[in-house]
Design a protein around this ligand. Structure first.
Ligand code: IPE
Ligand code: IPE
Ligand code: MG
Length: 249
């Protein structure tokens, strides 16, 4: 780990506080390539990626951004070599255990989205602890998408709604966008305003398919371990130039 200075608490002067995104989502991509370019094992990229996320979370909290959602592991990522999958699961667990006290002290409210039941039990235990311990915190809402798939989320919402219809608790005509949203993992959260993807890939990769309907997209070639404060500032500044029309004029 390099000893970089902690982020500054004040918002850079080129950014308009009133026009910050309320909710930022990130597809943290490029860890493996970052490592491979240095002839390191891929897992070293994941380790460095954690440092990037820690700094970004603190920056968002300091700058008054209300919510940060980070894509940590997709339902498709199980298809990777089991050594990498095992490393990631252990990493998530260790980082949660090590960082919980500090995040709690900084007022972060931690949440997880995804099919958590099929994660290792010891990881589920850390997740439960983190969520319970921080649930009433006043700071940023930090959501980690782990074993998350947008399609899977939509399918499980359909199953839950269909069950209620079958039980006679709900009529088909009661199903609208609001009700549907309340059956997603993200129930109660606002949709992301800004989606950042690193490593230059121009795709969503099954992330928040419903919730990103009107998010502004920002893609950078920078690999996730190299995504720093200057890059984030650039993404926010770019966002502040956008004209969000939501289909209107
Ligand atoms: C993103 O980095 C982290 C996870 C998907 C867990 P990658 O591991 O996908 O890195 P690249 O895309 O192979 O470089
Ligand atoms: C998306 O990255 C998933 C996460 C960042 C957790 P991937 O590396 O899995 O996506 P693809 O394979 O490039 O679409
Ligand atoms: Mg990738």
């Amino acid at each position: 780990m390099t000893a970089e200075p902690l982020v500054t608490a004040s918002l850079p002067s080129n950014l308009d506080r009133d026009r910050l995104p309320h909710h930022v989502a990130v597809i943290m991509d490029g860890n493996g390539r970052w490592a491979q370019r240095r002839s390191l094992p891929r897992i070293m990229g994941h380790r460095r990626g954690v440092d990037t996320l820690k700094k970004l979370l603190r920056t968002c909290n300091d700058w008054g951004i209300g919510a940060l959602t980070a894509y940590a592991f997709s339902t498709e990522n199980w298809g990777r070599p089991h050594t990498e999958v095992d490393f990631l699961m252990t990493l998530f667990e260790r980082v949660l255990r090590q960082e919980l006290a500090e995040m709690d002290a900084e007022g972060v409210r931690i949440q997880f989205v995804g099919h958590l039941e099929s994660l290792p039990v010891s990881l589920q235990t850390e997740i439960d602890r983190a969520v319970q311990q921080t649930r009433d915190n006043p700071g940023i809402r930090f959501t980690v998408a782990t074993n998350y798939g947008g399609r899977q989320e939509i399918v499980q919402a359909c199953q839950a709604i269909a069950t209620q219809v079958q039980l006679g608790k709900l009529a088909p005509e009661d199903i609208d966008e609001n009700l549907f949203s309340r059956h997603l993992y993200t129930a109660g959260s606002t949709d992301p305003d800004l989606l950042i993807r690193t490593s230059g890939e121009m795709r969503i990769s099954n992330f928040l398919l419903w919730q990103l309907a009107y998010a502004e997209l920002y893609v950078t070639d920078t690999l996730w371990p190299d995504f720093d404060l200057a890059e984030f500032q650039q993404a926010l500044s770019d966002y502040q130039q956008r004209h969000r029309r939501f289909g209107k004029l």
